[in-house]
Design a protein around this ligand. Structure first.
Ligand SMILES: [Zn+2]
Length: 259
């Protein structure tokens, strides 16, 4: 199928010829000229989901390969895909919120709709990672733990990692109760830029700012953290937003080392 779609990309990852990556938009145009919404997960029958995954992967040049993803549970578990014989149908049963691999030819991905998707690349050791960093995962320092795990398993040095933050609900739209802000106050008692006061005792939480602080804590260099600063809730026509729509589709953020 020759689908036409506007995917989001990081220029900083495009500099590496050994990498393929992209983030899916809400819609694509199929070869009959119809506009379709991407449906990767949820109540749709699996046939359509599989079909749409194929459409998206083919649009970025990944053909005849399955996407490796995990069962995301808003936790801090990290799955290291190191067994080349493992099937994607097996990894999808594993509960985790990040995937790390050195294996080439295996696209890894996370699904989000407001939570922050993060792609990581170690150009020295050729290791990639994807992270699902929502409020709960960020509270559990998921990005920090992924960077630490890449160091433990592969010897990655934080200062050499390139990190891309995809579209997520921004500090402009993410209004939360005080109890949602409290854990971050404890984690970052000296920082203030990651929230602002809202109405009637509520706050606007900036997940991207929180994760930049997490990245810094993990040893990433500020100049190696690239954020699209793209708010899903402000751009619901182009991106899925759970906050805006409730039950909705998912954005796929994927990265692969070319075989
Ligand atoms: Zn917004």
């Amino acid at each position: 199928m020759n689908a036409s779609l506007e995917k989001l990309k990081f220029n900083q990852f495009d500099k590496f010829p050994e990498l393929v990556h992209a983030i899916s938009p809400r819609c694509f145009e199929n070869d009959q000229g119809e506009i379709k919404n991407f449906s990767f997960l949820g109540d749709d029958n699996f046939g359509k989901t599989k079909d749409h995954l194929k459409v998206f992967l083919e649009s970025i040049g990944i053909t005849n390969r399955s996407l490796f993803f995990v069962n995301q549970v808003h936790g801090d578990k990290i799955f290291v895909l190191s067994d080349a014989s493992l099937a994607s149908s097996e990894t999808m049963k594993i509960s985790a919120d990040a995937l790390v691999t050195h294996l080439s030819g295996k696209p890894i991905g996370v699904f989000t709709a407001d939570c922050l998707p993060i792609l990581i690349y170690d150009p020295r050791l050729k290791v990639i990672a994807v992270v699902h960093a929502g409020r709960k995962g960020s509270e559990q320092s998921i990005l920090f733990k992924v960077v630490r795990e890449m160091g433990r398993v592969y010897g990655s040095r934080p200062e050499g990692l390139i990190t891309g933050f995809g579209p997520a609900i921004g500090g402009c739209c993410y209004e939360v109760r005080e109890d949602c802000v409290r854990p971050f106050r404890k984690m970052f008692p000296d920082e203030t830029g990651w929230f602002r006061d809202g109405l009637s005792g509520k706050y606007f939480l900036d997940l991207i700012a929180v994760n930049k602080m997490e990245g810094k804590k993990a040893g990433l260099l500020q100049e190696n953290i690239f954020s699209m600063d793209y708010c899903t809730c402000c751009s619901a026509r182009k991106m899925y937003s759970y906050r805006r729509e409730g039950r909705t589709g998912r954005i796929l953020s994927t990265i692969m080392l070319r075989p």
